[in-house]
Ligand binder design. Structure first.
Ligand SMILES: [Zn+2]
Length: 299
C-alpha cells in the first residue's frame, strides 16, 4: 500500500492546448554557432549560416538549383529503378527501403542527372541525394553517373559530379562495388576525349565514392568542414593503433595534405566552377548546335 495517493488530477497547463504563434520550422538553430536563424534568410544564403558559415546539408535539387543559371535545368533518366537483384533483407526488405525513400524524396534513386547552363556554359551535372538511403551508390546510382559522363562525352561538355554519400550500397553487394570501376572507366574515356571533370565533395563523402570517382576530378573541390574519407576514424584507429590528429578527414585537413585542390564556400561554388571551366577552355555555345567546348588536342 502506498503512503500517498494522487487523488486530484494534475493541473492542466493552459498553454498546452493553444497552438504556437510561431509556425513550425520558421527558425533553425545552427549546430555551428547555436544561434537562431530565420529559415528564409538561411535559404536565401544557400543554406549556409550567415553568422558562422556552417554549411547545412541540402538536397540534390537545391544544389542543382543553386548551380544552374536561373535555377533551371533538364533532368535525365529519372525512372531508372533498382531491381533488388539479391532480394536482400536485413532488418527489413531492401525493396521496402526503396519504396520508403522514394516516398520521402520523390526520387527513384540517389542520383539526379541534369543538364543546363552554368554561367552560360553548357554542363552535365550528377548530384547525389543523401536522403535516399544515405546517398549510397548502388546499380542505379552508378548507372546514372556513368550515363551522365557518357552524355558529357557525346555532347563534348564538361562533367560535374556532386558527391554526398555514405559509400557503396551494401544491399546490392558486389554489384554496387562494380559501379566504382564502371564510373571510373567512363571518366577515363572522358579524359581521353580531353574534356574536364570537376568533382565536388560535400559532407559526407565516404567509402566507395571517395575510393573512385570523387577523387578522380581534374579538380577536386570540397565544401568547408565536409567529412571526406574512406573508412571511418574508429576503424583506422583500431587498425594503425594510433590516435588520429584533430580535424582528420575534414576538408581543410585534406587540402593541407594534398588530397584536395580547393575548399570553397558554397556561396562561391558556382563562380569558382565557372572560372575553372573557362580556364580549361569551355566557351559559351553560340547556338544550341554549336560545339560547347572548344578544346583541341594540342591546345
Ligand atoms: Zn552558425
Amino acid at each position: 500500500m502506498a503512503w500517498f495517493k494522487k487523488t486530484r488530477k494534475p493541473i492542466a497547463s493552459s498553454t498546452a492546448e493553444k497552438p504556437s504563434r510561431v509556425p513550425e520550422g520558421l527558425w533553425v538553430k545552427c549546430p555551428g554557432c547555436t544561434q537562431l536563424i530565420y529559415k528564409k534568410e538561411l535559404e536565401e544564403n544557400l543554406n549556409v549560416c550567415p553568422k558562422c558559415a556552417h554549411h547545412f546539408r541540402i538536397t540534390a535539387a537545391e544544389r542543382l538549383k543553386g548551380l544552374f543559371d536561373d535555377g533551371s535545368y533538364a533532368e535525365h533518366f529519372p525512372n531508372l529503378v533498382s531491381t533488388d537483384p539479391l532480394q536482400f533483407t536485413d532488418t527489413k526488405p531492401y525493396r521496402d527501403r526503396l519504396h520508403k525513400s522514394t516516398a520521402e524524396t520523390g526520387l527513384k534513386d540517389a542520383v539526379v542527372v541534369a543538364t543546363g547552363k552554368l554561367e552560360s556554359l553548357d554542363v552535365v551535372v550528377a548530384a547525389m541525394e543523401y536522403a535516399f538511403i544515405g546517398g549510397s551508390m548502388g546499380i542505379v546510382a552508378g548507372e546514372k553517373i556513368t550515363r551522365a559522363i557518357e552524355m558529357a562525352h557525346d555532347r563534348r561538355q564538361p562533367a560535374i559530379v556532386i558527391s554526398c554519400s555514405g559509400g557503396a550500397r551494401m544491399m546490392e553487394g558486389a554489384l554496387s562495388l562494380m559501379q566504382m570501376a564502371k564510373v571510373s572507366a567512363a571518366l577515363a574515356r572522358l579524359d581521353r576525349a580531353r574534356l574536364p571533370f570537376i568533382s565536388v565533395l560535400t559532407d559526407p563523402t565516404t567509402g566507395g565514392v571517395t575510393a573512385s570517382f570523387a577523387m578522380l576530378g581534374d579538380l577536386n573541390i570540397a565544401e568547408p568542414k565536409a567529412l571526406i574519407g574512406f573508412a571511418g576514424p574508429r576503424v583506422i584507429e583500431q587498425t594503425i593503433r594510433q590516435k588520429l590528429p584533430d580535424g582528420f578527414q575534414r576538408s581543410e585537413f585534406l587540402l593541407e595534405h594534398g588530397m584536395l585542390d580547393l575548399v570553397v564556400d558554397r556561396r562561391e561554388m558556382k563562380p569558382t566552377i565557372a572560372r575553372a571551366l573557362r580556364f580549361m577552355g569551355a566557351t559559351p555555345a553560340t547556338d544550341s548546335d554549336a560545339v560547347a567546348l572548344a578544346v583541341t588536342a594540342d591546345a
